[in-house]
Design a protein around this ligand. Structure first.
Ligand code: SF4
Length: 167
């Protein structure tokens, strides 16, 4: 897998202060996407041990709430193996931190992937320009859903993440 950036102290892509990994690779090609530079899976930098260390050094900080995987699409088919291994490693080493993941796929099509139970919140669905709304929390268009993964798996239906809750 390749990635474009690791951003720190992010307040826009999930609860609290976060480290964000922006991966390469996306097949959705949404009209109006803010990150078309990330679509090509061959662009960007190899996601290697140094990148992991950079992220872990952020997660070592008490005031960092967790990590967000965005892109690109972390669930782009060529990314899934690497993302799955990485997410498991994060959960094992930092069980007290939460994991958010943005994907253009719908929950109904990805919730059986084996590493999904390790994720706390998934923001699903393509960005749709006509549903764009700058006032929404953590998502760009109103069709997207901010999903509480554990509750959704437990109830076998989509449970939205509450705005006042923290995972
Ligand atoms: S899923 Fe996200 S990264 Fe991919 S094209 Fe849509 S908005 Fe852009």
């Amino acid at each position: 897998m390749r990635y474009h950036n690791i951003t720190k102290d992010d307040m826009l892509n999930g609860c609290g202060l976060r480290v964000v990994l922006w991966v390469s690779g996306c097949e959705h090609h949404c009209f109006g996407c803010h990150n078309p530079v990330t679509w090509n899976p061959d662009d960007g930098i190899e996601f290697d041990e140094d990148a992991e260390k950079e992220i872990f050094s952020e997660l070592n900080k008490d005031y960092i709430d967790g990590i967000t995987l965005s892109g690109g699409d972390p669930l782009f088919k060529g990314n899934r193996d690497c993302v799955g291994k990485f997410i498991r490693k994060v959960k094992e080493n930092y069980p007290q931190k939460n994991i958010w993941l943005y994907t253009g796929y719908l929950w109904e099509n990805i919730n059986t992937i084996d590493f999904i139970p390790y994720v706390d919140v998934i923001v699903d669905g393509k960005f749709i320009e006509k549903f764009k709304d700058g006032s929404l929390h953590w998502k760009g268009s109103s069709n997207q859903r901010v999903i509480d993964v554990k509750e959704s798996l437990r109830k076998s239906e989509v449970v939205l993440f509450g705005i006042r809750e923290r995972v």
